[in-house]
Design a protein around this ligand. Structure first.
Ligand SMILES: Cc1cc2nc3c(=O)[nH]c(=O)nc-3n(C[C@H](O)[C@H](O)[C@H](O)COP(=O)(O)OP(=O)(O)OC[C@H]3O[C@@H](n4cnc5c(N)ncnc54)[C@H](O)[C@@H]3O)c2cc1C
Length: 516
């Protein structure tokens, strides 16, 4: 048979199958069909377009020139909103489906959308060790440029599509955060357009209240139009040590110990059950033993969390040299372990070699095409949560996660939380070591009920002076929310800057009722 005829027959059979089963059935129960046939190629086109655009803009140096004009346009939109009587709250005009967070904010439909078309790297100053960027610059864009010129961000959150604006206004973390803190802690200045349309720059010494209040405020104090972020020299590889550890006590002890060692540039733990984990520690280096080089980011390579699990299964320690950029985006191809639920055979070598170069599908496109039924199913049978708790409570926290949701693998990422003003800081006056516990997947507890199980978990997190990342489903009521987060500086500034009529309160923006 001619290839074209076979293709047509296959397409016909496929359409017939969809017709018999019903489109909704196929979209929900066999999502991989839709993802592999449509979303993967579409995601590739998206990626190519954005990478080429970012490269051209930076090479032509047109961004700094256009930046001021674009900021003036944002100011103009805010002033027009004011002149028209400030009838509704404002929010950024970026469509909800484009963000990494799995939710699509309901408020986008009712609030005044301010269009913020700021997606360029403005300047790299290697003398001052600062990069100045616009808020829609993504982590993929940053690593592509900075690592090619020998620099990097001290904290480089993992997924390619995370944006600077989202990481500052929300949260950003990486396996170097035990040294450098959260993404906000490597920022040295923010530039914002406020509720009255004025422009302001804030740093730890200039408009410092605003500087400390911005992180985690989710765009409810003003619009971020640029940020200055520290950079450090990059090396070619990460020398990564893998150590399987068994027994909850031993895991917590080892992980805490490694997080306290200043010579470890990177520390990460993957917990595969309550008492089985692989702890990874890494340092940057320019030299690599060729036999131990592992370009883990290549499309045909196994998914990172599966590769790590092998060390546990075979019960052996390991040492590998991973190219820096591959290390940074090690969980990108499998979206941590989320992709295994969508493409169950995605880590199969045949699939990787044939189609791996198109993976992962863009989270934004997955969200755009998931439909209401699938969204509700996800909400009831799927957990995506990051809880930040003091390291000293790690054991207790892992037991609570195990009993309340039972999701594995669990991501463990240590970070130092400085004692600074703002929504998130330790209880005492000194910096404290915390850990981000990330649970992504299907809960395995009997009779999982999203609301009650998550409320139980949130209660525990509050009780140990921990914090919930605000991108996730939050089931707390207002009182509980302000028990978790310190609102003193935030509320003072909202009053002072006229935000109360311009932006919703952060709780109203992220709480469950506001989000779909
Ligand atoms: C599957 C998944 C994987 C994740 N992986 C990681 C990870 O590896 N590391 C990590 O640190 N985090 C991770 N996160 C969490 C992530 O950090 C947050 O979801 C982050 O806030 C989302 O970034 P975004 O670029 O999509 O921002 P958005 O969702 O677009 O923005 C977050 C908030 O900031 C506000 N905002 C954004 N830009 C502006 C602006 N210019 N002015 C005013 N307000 C603004 C938005 O209104 C919104 O309230 C993950 C989340 C998910 C769902």
């Amino acid at each position: 048979m001619e290839p074209a005829v076979s293709l047509a027959v296959c397409a016909l059979l496929f359409l017939l199958w969809v017709r018999v089963k019903g489109l909704e059935f196929v979209l929900i129960h066999q999502r991989w069909v839709f993802v592999c046939l449509f979303l993967l190629p579409l995601s590739l086109i998206f990626d190519i377009y954005y990478s080429v655009r970012a490269w051209v803009v930076f090479k032509l140096s047109s961004a700094p020139r256009l930046h001021e004009q674009r900021v003036r346009d944002i100011q103009k939109q805010v002033r027009e909103w004011k002149e028209q009587g400030s009838k509704t709250f404002m929010c950024t005009g970026r469509p909800g489906w484009l963000t990494v967070s799995l939710r699509v904010g309901k408020y986008k439909k009712t609030h005044k959308n301010i269009m913020i078309n700021l997606m360029d790297i403005l300047e790299v100053d290697t003398k001052k060790q600062i990069v100045r960027v616009e808020p829609l610059v993504s982590m993929g864009q940053v690593t592509a440029l900075l690592t090619s010129i020998g620099w990097t961000l001290p904290v480089l959150p993992e997924l390619d599509d995370l944006t600077v604006g989202g990481l500052i206004m929300g949260t950003g973390i990486e396996s170097s955060s035990h040294k450098y803190g959260l993404f906000q802690h490597i920022c040295t200045a923010y530039e914002l357009v406020l509720a009255d349309g004025s422009f302001v720059r804030c740093t730890p010494s200039e408009n410092s209240d605003l500087f400390y209040a911005v992180p985690w405020s989710c765009g409810t104090l003003g619009f971020l139009v640029a940020a200055e972020i520290r950079i450090i020299p990059a090396k070619k590889y990460v020398k990564l040590r893998f150590e399987p550890v068994r027994g909850l006590e031993a895991i917590c002890e080892k992980f805490t110990h490694e997080s306290q060692q200043p010579e470890n540039h990177f520390v990460e733990g993957l917990l595969y059950s309550l008492d089985e984990a692989v702890i990874m520690t890494g340092v940057m280096t320019d030299e690599a033993e060729p036999s131990k080089l592992n370009s883990i980011g290549n499309y045909y390579k196994p998914w990172f969390f599966k590769h790590v699990e092998n060390y546990l299964k075979t019960n052996r320690e390991g040492l590998e040299y991973i190219p820096l950029r591959h290390y940074y985006h090690r969980h990108t191809r499998s979206i941590f372990w989320e992709l295994q639920d969508i493409i169950p055979f995605g880590n199969n070598p045949i699939f990787r070699y044939l189609f791996g170069w198109m993976v992962p599908p863009k989270i934004s496109l997955l969200k755009l095409t998931q439909g209401e039924t699938l969204r509700k199913l996800y909400e009831q049978h799927h957990v995506v949560q990051d809880m930040l708790v003091p390291m000293k409570c790690l054991r207790q926290a892992l037991l609570t996660f195990h009993n309340d949701i039972h999701v594995y693998p669990i991501w463990l990422c240590p970070f130092i939380l400085p004692s600074q003003p703002g929504l998130v800081h330790p209880k005492g006056d000194e910096a404290e070591l915390y850990v981000d516990i990330g649970a992504y997947g299907e809960p395995r507890v009997k009779h999982f009920e999203a609301r009650s199980c998550m409320r139980q978990l949130e209660k525990f997190v509050r009780s140990v002076h921990g914090f919930q990342m605000l991108y996730a489903d939050c089931y707390m009521n207002r009182e509980e929310f302000w028990e978790m987060f310190d609102g003193s500086l935030y509320h003072k500034l909202r009053k002072q800057l006229g935000c109360q009529d311009a932006f919703p309160e952060v709780y109203d923006k992220i709480c469950k009722a506001a989000r779909h």
